[in-house]
Design a protein around this ligand. Structure first.
Ligand SMILES: [Zn+2]
Length: 269
């Protein structure tokens, strides 16, 4: 069977590896032999530690700091008075972003998490309500001012349906913020073999700033902005490392990064 792009359904593609195909119609990269992750009860414990050197809980400080940074960008578009605003974090894990959102003043914060351990940790530790379900099965009963999803949407078998669902769950002036893996970054352009080798089997899509802008506008978002979500000049070699500051300026201008932060707004800004 000819593979089809999970975003635009086109069957025209450029083959990057056996499984990774770049859609010639919408410029999304997709994994033709994607298999959804099965999250074990230990995902946030020893499994996380094996990958990152410490458990998710022990990683609180750096996750909390990254959350504050993301919230500062969201507030730029939403305004500083967020006491009457509602926020839903999809795939909230142990709830560190939810805690940060409440700490910066969001009036109503909710999480959504499939792991029972993580969901009950968030409820118990921070007293923040969590919908314990996968997003595909979630039946919303209200709309939100802000919806966030940090490195979550690339995992879904049908990411288009999920983006569309999020759009429908937002208030008319709502904001959607997410991080996604991007192929317009140093790893894909300079260490292609490694990028292919290390590509997670449970990632369905990789975007590029231009493809995600086009997609979100097609769904109905008015303004879509992309920012680099990490700077890795070392992946470009010693010259880029030597001129780190210049590299970061160029990365900012072009949004050249292996991961990107996307802020999409439902109303013109
Ligand atoms: Zn496509």
């Amino acid at each position: 069977m000819t593979p089809r792009c999970p975003i635009c359904k086109s069957s025209k593609f450029k083959r990057i590896s056996e499984d990774l195909l770049l859609c010639k119609t919408c410029s999304i990269m997709y994994n033709a032999s994607h298999s959804p992750a099965v999250y074990s009860t230990d995902y946030f414990g020893q499994e996380y530690k094996a990958q990152y050197g410490k458990t998710y809980e022990d990683d609180f400080e750096s996750i909390y700091a990254a959350s504050l940074f993301r919230l500062s960008i969201i507030k730029k578009y939403l305004g500083n008075n967020v006491s009457a605003k509602s926020l839903l974090d999809i795939g909230c894990a142990l709830g560190f972003f939810c805690k940060a959102a409440r700490d910066v003043g969001f009036g109503e914060v909710e999480g959504l998490e499939i792991s029972e351990y993580a969901a009950s940790y968030c409820k118990r530790k921070f007293n923040i309500p969590v919908h314990m379900t996968g997003f595909e099965d979630f039946i919303p009963v209200k709309k939100y001012d802000v919806i966030t999803a940090w490195f979550v949407l690339e995992h879904f078998t049908d990411p288009y349906a999920m983006f569309y669902k999020i759009y429908g769950m937002l208030e008319d002036n709502g904001i959607f913020a997410c991080t996604l893996p991007s192929y317009f970054g140093p790893l894909f352009y300079c260490q292609r073999d490694q990028w292919i080798r290390s590509h997670p089997q449970d990632h369905r899509i990789d975007v590029a700033p231009w493809s995600v802008k086009k997609l979100f506008q097609q769904i109905g978002f008015f303004s879509v902005r992309c920012f680099p979500s990490g700077y890795h000049p070392e992946r470009l070699g010693t010259i880029a490392q030597k001129y780190k500051k210049l590299y970061n300026t160029i990365a900012n201008l072009l949004c050249f990064s292996d991961t990107i932060l996307v802020i999409a707004s439902k109303k013109p800004q």
